[in-house]
Design a protein around this ligand. Structure first.
Ligand code: WT7
Length: 678
């Protein structure tokens, strides 16, 4: 019974033997359910006895659930008078109306009152063994100094500040300082190019940017300030750039630049927090969609913070005193919700990881787990797959006995990676939680936990909806699929507080992308399978968005850049399965007539173009030059055909009769054979 089948594992706390009788199992569940210990709010929910019942209650009586949780877990300046006012069909999403609060007060001040010397941040710097700890008191002081500095330089409620920084305490203080003074932040991943940064600064209408002189990652120095200099040349609205020093190397400063470290020292350590409405903007975060233009998803104050905090506590079983290690960069939503807002709202200790999984060697994560005594480790499958290749010895070298929960995020985790994570990293002791969510959802929506303590965890499956989440699967006609053992488009039938509210300056696109495909439901863009047991397994994107090393990128975005090359007539970019990255980028390129360049040179040019305009991770692994692309008679590129060719699934090519020129496919098959045998 310990291992009913190879792929079904039970959580670590299960003791074989004792619960082998189903009767006892039921008895134990009822008698040991101490609702107040698990979730204090639950004591008031009559008749709820057990985590599964609590989950049902949170969906069927969602307003009561969220009202109680919001009152219990957030500090309000003024209480809300309405739990929610949402209409998914119209894209109207409002939570905790009438309420006023300050997010930075919820993340800092209230913990400073109770435990000022508790460690809030552990900055795991790129240089191994040089970690720095910041207590809640210190982080509040730093945040107040930045808040005052920004205020003194005219940043006010309603403004948007772009943050282009590596994962470091000052970046966190900058995010919280924005929240303190009522400005929105727009963190741009420091791996993005000058042009991608400029586009996001302009779209967000930021007039203030915060950066560092140089970044350090994996032992390599990156010129972040220079990238900002290049970006702001095409951002006429930027009036000031705050520059902090991550390294000792001076950088050229212009009249627009402000030396942040020096100026901060002149500021007071007390900064009056702004009273923010629940639905005021907390941040924008850009992500890719199926068009070339990234979208600035908007998250607001109360609902986002509450959802990040609740998921952080319950999905990972985070307890006071634990050290939480989310290794995501703050430039992504995972960094926002689980390196910053969730843990800090819970008064937790959170790790900021600046380095890479293999620097200076492939033992980096586990050395860090031992040194920092990490209790929950949250990472991406792509890193796990990479580390598997280096062998178990890099893991076993270090003491991982502090680990209690292992999390996975960003892409599907294959069974091999899951098993390795569970057996080798976690020594078979720690539940592995495969967490499904998106920039749009604000926090984890489907994960194996919370669940009854002895409930099974199936490898590679996100499994169970979180409190307040009601997933449904839809067929292509838009009917809700009610049976089990079925696949469909993954939608959410009910709003939840953590969901994005809109796309910055483009509510119409928000409605069209998420609300219109299945009226009355929120469409995630992913497909999913619901198993016989009712568990969810994500099957992948249904749109032209691909996932490279856990980074999301629209194929159209890459095509737009490739097409800018004067030699290129048109292109089609698709994702293909890659053993480490999850997906790799494969570009089919048609050249203009009379172009006379060596293909190898052109490939290099195109790669440089993509890394220069977007980021390195978006660079094609393969560029195949073709004379024409397979198209329908109406001129639509048939990506399905290209995908099958690249997957070498020629039997799966299916019906080609709608193609304008079926011979194009033969040429593509030949070209692919040549390229893949190189
Ligand atoms: C897309 C969202 C979630 C934060 C990091 C990425 C894919 C995410 C899983 C998972 C299978 C997953 C989905 C989703 N995805 N988590 N556990 N299993 N796929 O956020 O950049 O907004 O990307 O990542 O396709 O839609 P994001």
């Amino acid at each position: 019974m310990w291992l009913p089948c190879r792929c079904t594992l039970r959580a670590a706390s299960f003791t074989p033997g004792f619960f082998s009788s189903p009767c006892l199992n039921v008895l134990r569940r009822k008698s040991s359910w101490n609702s107040a210990a698990f979730m204090p709010e639950a004591a008031a929910f009559q008749g709820v006895s057990g985590r599964d019942e609590l989950r049902d209650f949170s969906v069927s009586d969602s307003d009561r659930f969220w009202a109680a949780v919001a009152r219990q877990r957030l500090n309000w300046i003024r209480p809300f008078h309405r739990v929610q006012d949402c209409d998914l069909s119209r894209g109207r999403i409002e939570w905790f109306e009438g309420g006023k609060l300050n997010v930075s007060v919820n993340c800092l001040d209230r913990h400073v009152h109770t435990c000022p010397e508790r460690v809030a941040l552990i900055w795991e710097r790129d240089e191994r063994g040089s970690e720095v700890r910041y207590t809640y008191r210190e982080l509040l002081e730093m945040t107040c100094r930045v808040g005052n500095l920004l205020r003194r330089h005219g940043v006010k409620k309603g403004d948007c500040v772009t943050i282009y920084m590596p994962t470091c305490p000052l970046a966190v203080a900058s995010m919280l300082a924005c929240a303190r003074i009522g400005a929105a932040h727009n963190v741009v991943f420091a791996g993005f190019s000058a042009e991608a940064l400029a586009e996001r600064i302009r779209d967000a209408e930021s007039s203030t940017v915060i950066t560092v002189n140089q970044g350090v990652r994996g032992g390599k120095v990156t010129e972040l300030k220079k990238t900002v200099d290049a970006a702001v040349q095409s951002c006429p609205n930027v009036r000031q750039v705050f520059v902090a020093m991550r390294t000792d190397n001076p950088v050229a400063m212009t009249a627009r630049d402000i030396a942040m470290d020096e100026e901060m020292l002149k500021e007071d350590v007390v900064c009056e927090p702004e009273a923010m409405g629940s639905e005021d903007v907390l941040f924008l975060l850009y992500t890719s969609g199926s068009t070339g233009k990234p979208k600035g998803l908007v998250h607001t104050q109360a609902g986002y913070l509450l959802y990040a905090a609740l998921t952080h506590r319950y999905v990972f079983s985070y307890h006071d005193g634990d050290v939480f290690g989310c290794v995501a960069d703050i430039g992504w939503i995972t960094g926002h919700s689980y390196a910053v807002y969730g843990p800090l709202a819970n008064g937790g200790t959170t790790v900021l990881f600046e380095s890479t999984p293999i620097y200076p060697d492939p033992g980096r994560y586990w050395d860090m787990v031992e040194r920092l005594k990490i209790n929950q480790f949250y990472g991406a499958p792509t890193a796990i797959r990479l580390l598997i290749k280096y062998g178990d010895q890099w893991v076993k070298k270090y003491d991982r006995s502090t680990l209690k929960t292992l999390g996975s995020v960003g892409e599907p985790i294959n069974t091999e990676a899951w098993e390795w994570y569970y057996r080798v990293v976690g020594e078979g002791r720690c539940p592995v939680v495969d967490t499904w969510w998106q920039t749009e959802t604000g926090g984890i929506c489907i994960a194996p936990k919370p669940s009854e303590p002895d409930a099974e965890i199936v490898p590679g499956m996100a499994m169970r909806p979180f409190f307040g989440i009601k997933p449904v699967l839809m067929d292509t006609e838009g009917n809700v699929l009610t049976s089990n053992n079925i696949s469909g488009a993954l939608c959410m039938a009910q709003p939840w507080p953590g969901m994005a509210r809109t796309i910055h300056n483009n509510h119409q696109r928000f409605i069209e992308t998420y609300c219109q495909p299945y009226p009355g439901y929120f469409f995630t863009g992913d497909g999913a399978h619901r198993s016989q047991e009712g568990y969810y397994q994500i099957t992948g994107r249904l749109d032209d968005v691909i996932n490279v090393s856990g980074h999301r990128i629209g194929t159209a975005e890459i095509e737009d850049v490739v097409n800018q090359c004067p030699a290129v007539a048109e292109s089609a970019v698709i994702g293909y399965s890659h053993s480490i990255k999850g997906q790799g980028v494969y570009a089919f390129v048609v050249l203009k007539k009379d172009v006379n360049i060596q293909e190898a040179d052109l490939s290099k040019q195109l790669s440089n173009l993509v890394s220069g305009k977007i980021a390195k991770y978006a660079c094609p692994d393969f560029i195949q030059f073709v004379t024409r692309l397979p198209k329908t008679r109406s001129g639509k590129i048939m990506r399905r055909v290209l995908r099958k060719v690249v997957e070498c699934d020629l039997d799966g090519l299916g019906d080609l009769s709608t193609l304008d020129d079926p011979a194009a496919v033969q040429e593509i098959i030949q070209g692919h054979k040549k390229l893949s045998s190189k």
